[in-house]
Design a protein around this ligand. Structure first.
Ligand code: FMN
Length: 325
């Protein structure tokens, strides 16, 4: 039913990708997404030791025979030393078919990925970076809008504008992210020129996501107004849950705090503890505005099936509207 350059390139049934999510998109979640017909991604940054990433890849392989990928985020706060290079070695050795990179120009990784036969999807928050990704050899580009959970860049441009702008600016396929949580957003993204969608926030409220139940309850209750932007002052803008730690960070930024002063609150380690313990105020927690569209915790299969079925209904509704005119 769905055929795009992305489904063809990756050998997947539905053009639905689960974005990398540090500490959360591990074997269980990623394999469930792939098993349901999409593409799951294991986030390398959840495994400071690349040997642990290899173990996780092998675990996912025991859970699904379908293709899955690995996210390699290159934000300075996440990566140290030659860890990225060592992740890529593991990915190539394990014959992972596709990598999602983010955070900075992936050019240095391109030769090793090409040689290893690994497809490269680079995730960006602006059209100029999409063009750059294409010019350095990315096979596809993901564009994320201002409403997304995680890092939407510094330009504050929403998905509604960025998706068609990216689609008209590059020749490689465009994947759309930021604000998509259900069939309506999925169909909208395809109609704007995307050939697949990437979702992060919506996958948090699935049974297979290892986040503590407190977070899942919060996601179901929260409204589209319950996120906020922080870390602009250090040019690492990130959309997070409105909570005590996020408010504290913003206050410190307003008072001119440095990265060294902020790191105690924004480091990944603090986030990991909060996700596991269920402390909703304990860390800055990435979350998109589409949290307002989450009304229940589903299994990954139920979620993907609902998007596929809902897409058919949405397209029929649109066809009726167009024919009536
Ligand atoms: C909790 C959470 C953690 C995330 N961690 C990462 C990450 O480690 N690396 C990355 O490239 N993107 C990360 N993202 C971004 C997602 O992969 C995806 O691009 C984004 O969530 C899409 O927007 P949406 O939240 O509106 O669906 C994260 C998002 C969330 C919600």
């Amino acid at each position: 039913m769905f055929k795009t350059r992305i489904t063809e390139m990756l050998g997947i049934e539905y053009p639905i990708i689960q974005g990398g999510m540090q500490w959360l998109s591990k074997a269980e979640l990623a394999s469930a997404v792939s098993e349901a017909g999409g593409l799951g991604l294991i986030t390398a940054a959840s495994f400071p030791d690349p040997a642990e990433l290899r173990d996780e890849i092998q675990k996912a392989r025991s859970l699904t025979k379908k293709p899955f990928g690995v996210n390699v985020s290159m934000l300075p706060v996440l990566m140290e030393g030659d860890t990225t290079k060592r992740y890529i070695e593991v990915i190539v050795e394990e014959k992972i078919p596709v990598v999602e990179t983010s955070g900075r120009n992936p050019e240095p990784l391109v030769p090793a990925l090409k040689e290893g036969g690994v497809r490269l999807i680079h995730k960006v928050p602006a059209v100029r970076f999409a063009r750059k990704a294409e010019s350095v050899g990315a096979d596809a580009v993901t564009i994320v809008g201002f409403e997304c959970g995680g890092h939407p860049g510094m330009d504050d441009v929403t998905s509604m504008i960025l998706i068609p702008r990216a689609a008209e600016s590059v020749n490689i396929p465009v994947i759309a992210g930021g604000g998509i949580a259900d069939a309506r957003g999925f169909v909208a993204a395809l109609s704007l020129g995307a050939e697949a969608v990437v979702m992060g926030t919506r996958f948090l409220a699935t049974k297979e996501c290892p986040a503590h139940a407190n977070f899942k309850e919060w996601l179901v209750e929260a409204q589209e107004t319950d996120t906020m932007m922080i870390e602009r002052s250090i040019r690492n803008a990130v959309r997070v849950m409105k909570n005590e730690t996020a408010r504290k960070v913003l206050e410190m930024e307003d008072q001119g705090a440095t990265l060294d002063e902020l790191i105690v609150y924004i480091s990944g380690k603090v986030g990991q503890q909060a996700w596991l313990s269920g402390d909703l105020d304990g860390a800055t927690i990435a979350c998109g505005q589409n949290v307002g569209l989450i009304h229940e915790v589903l299994t990954v299969k139920e979620l993907i099936d609902s998007i596929v079925t809902g897409a058919r209904e949405t397209v029929s509704r649109l066809t009726r509207i167009v024919q009536a005119g």
